[in-house]
Every structure is written in structure tokens, then in C-alpha cells.
Design a protein around this ligand. Structure first.
Ligand code: NAP
Length: 248
């Protein structure tokens, strides 16, 4: 499908992006802001978030906000405090792009380091589930909120040696579908899954060190899909999984 989002399609919307300092999250933040959104940039490296902040203000988009937060250690209270600030400053939240994730080890489960396992499950799954739960009241205040969960090919179909990353993404897809089922008749929030596929980022290079990155699509090429799921053109999508094939 060829899709082109309308200019200004996100005007008046406030969108939270996790892992906003690098890779796909950075590109999505710049793109959402360029389409009129006020973006809340969440990540663990403040200097990266500040660089994205500067790019957004430089391109003349609405002033973003920065939330330094390490999802490996963030407690529900910290997420609640962020939610309280969102309510006070923006009165509602129109979208969340759950994008931050870590790779962990790629070894047989028998050899997996259990502290790494716990950290991957915390960042990729538990923090996402808990944050979504805590943000629910401010998402309900928006007329048509969109929540996007970022999965992976090894989340749709678990794959040997991908350990906690694969399991976390598989469970995340389950969580997204559970929420879609649970809330489709009782809220205006939609929950969908986006698997970006192989994309030229730091994480991909770490996962496939011998691959030529120039053979991969860039995060920028994915943006029509990221825009579709975040703006009101996708109001009828609920509990669906999207891949870049959608753009083909
Ligand atoms: P990336 O370049 O590694 O960027 C990940 C972002 O998440 C970074 O900004 C990172 O912050 C942040 N992050 C990691 N741990 C965090 C933590 N504990 N707390 C807060 N932020 C944290 O990865 P990417 O390739 O853009 O991946 C984005 C999403 O797409 C992920 O969910 C990934 O699983 C998924 N995905 C990617 C591909 C691919 O080929 N790239 C394929 C399938 C799925 P720092 O920069 O500070 O480390």
C-alpha cells in the first residue's frame, strides 16, 4: 500500500516515545514532531535526548519535553510522577510509541545469563506493561489515543538462541492483543503491534555484526507506517500486527 500521511496530521496531539534518543525512536520522534505533535522524549541517555530536542526545535516543530528514565530500574512511582506531569502540562496523552528495547544475549537458553534475562524482560516487557497501565487514565482523556508496541520477527515466531529478547517480544504481542480485546468496547484507545523488520540501527548492527548495513532499509523509510498507526487514519485498527510489507 502506498501511504502518505497528511501534513500536520498530528497537530494538537501529545505523544510519548520511549528510546527516543537513537535508532528508530529518534527518527519517529523527529517525524511525529515534524507532523505537528508535541513529543515527550523518554530514554536513558540524557545527552542523546537533548540532541533530539535540539533537532526538533531547529526544524520549527512544537517544543518537546525530555524524560530521562532508565526502564531497567524505573519503579511504578517514577512512571506515576511522569503521568501526573503529563496530565498537568498537556491535559491528555494521544499516543505512546513503546520502542525502547535491549537485545540481551544470543545463546542457547541453557547458557543464558539469568541477570541478563531479568534485565531484558524488565526493559522489553515489564516496564512496557506497567507504564501502559499507569498511563491509561491520561490516554482515556484523549479522543482517539494510539498505543504502538514494537515487536520483532522473533517475537511473532520465537527463534532459537534469541532467548529473553524473543520471549519478551512474544509476550508483548500477547499483551497488546489482550488490551485490544479487553478495551475495544470500553475505550477509544487502540493497541497495535509494529514489527519494523531489519533496519539500519545500532541494535541491528549488534545482532548481525557481519551484515553490510547499507543493504538494510533506514528508519526514515519506515516512517509512513509509524505515522499511519499514530494518526487518525488508523482509527479502525485494533489488535493488529503491522510489518513493512504493509508499505510494499
Ligand atoms: P537502538 O538503535 O538500540 O535504540 C534503542 C533505544 O532504546 C535507544 O535510544 C536506547 O537508549 C533505548 N533504551 C535501551 N534500553 C533502555 C532503557 N533501559 N531505558 C530507556 N531507554 C532504553 O534500537 P532500534 O534498532 O532503533 O530498535 C527500536 C525498536 O525496534 C526495538 O524495540 C527493537 O526491538 C525493534 N526492532 C528493531 C529491529 C532492527 O532491525 N533495528 C528489528 C526488529 C525490531 P540509549 O541510546 O541510551 O542506549
Amino acid at each position: 500500500m502506498t501511504y502518505s500521511a497528511a501534513n500536520g496530521c498530528l497537530e494538537g496531539k501529545t505523544i510519548l516515545i520511549t528510546g527516543a534518543g537513537d535508532g528508530i525512536g529518534r527518527q519517529a520522534s523527529l517525524t511525529y514532531a515534524a507532523h505537528g505533535a508535541t513529543v515527550i522524549l523518554l530514554g536513558r541517555t540524557t545527552s542523546k535526548l537533548e540532541a533530539v530536542y535540539d533537532e526538533i526545535t531547529h526544524q520549527g516543530s512544537p517544543e518537546p519535553a525530555i524524560v530521562p528514565m532508565d526502564l531497567a530500574s524505573a519503579q511504578p512511582l517514577e512512571m506515576q510522577e511522569m503521568t501526573d506531569v503529563i496530565l498537568e502540562k498537556y491535559t491528555k496523552l494521544d499516543g505512546v510509541l513503546h520502542n525502547a528495547a535491549i537485545l540481551g544475549d544470543r545463546v542457547p537458553v541453557e547458557h543464558y545469563d539469568m541477570n541478563t534475562w531479568l534485565r531484558v524482560m524488565q526493559v522489553n516487557l515489564n516496564a512496557v506493561c506497567i507504564m501502559t497501565r499507569i498511563l491509561m487514565p491520561v490516554l482515556r482523556l484523549a479522543p482517539s489515543a494510539s498505543v504502538i508496541f514494537t515487536s520483532s520477527g522473533v517475537g511473532t515466531m520465537p527463534r532459537a538462541y534469541w532467548g529473553a529478547y524473543s520471549v519478551s517480544k512474544y509476550a508483548l504481542e500477547g499483551y497488546a492483543k489482550l488490551l485490544a480485546d479487553e478495551m475495544q468496547n470500553t475505550s477509544d484507545i487502540r493497541f497495535n503491534i509494529l514489527n519494523p523488520g531489519g533496519t539500519r540501527t545500532r541494535m541491528r548492527a549488534a545482532a548481525f555484526p557481519t551484515e553490510n548495513p547499507m543493504t538494510l532499509k533506514t528508519a526514515d523509510e519506515l516512517m509512513p507506517l509509524y505515522l499511519y498507526l499514530m494518526n487518525d487514519d488508523s482509527l479502525s485498527e485494533q489488535g493488529q500486527t503491522f510489518t513493512p510489507d504493509w508499505l510494499a
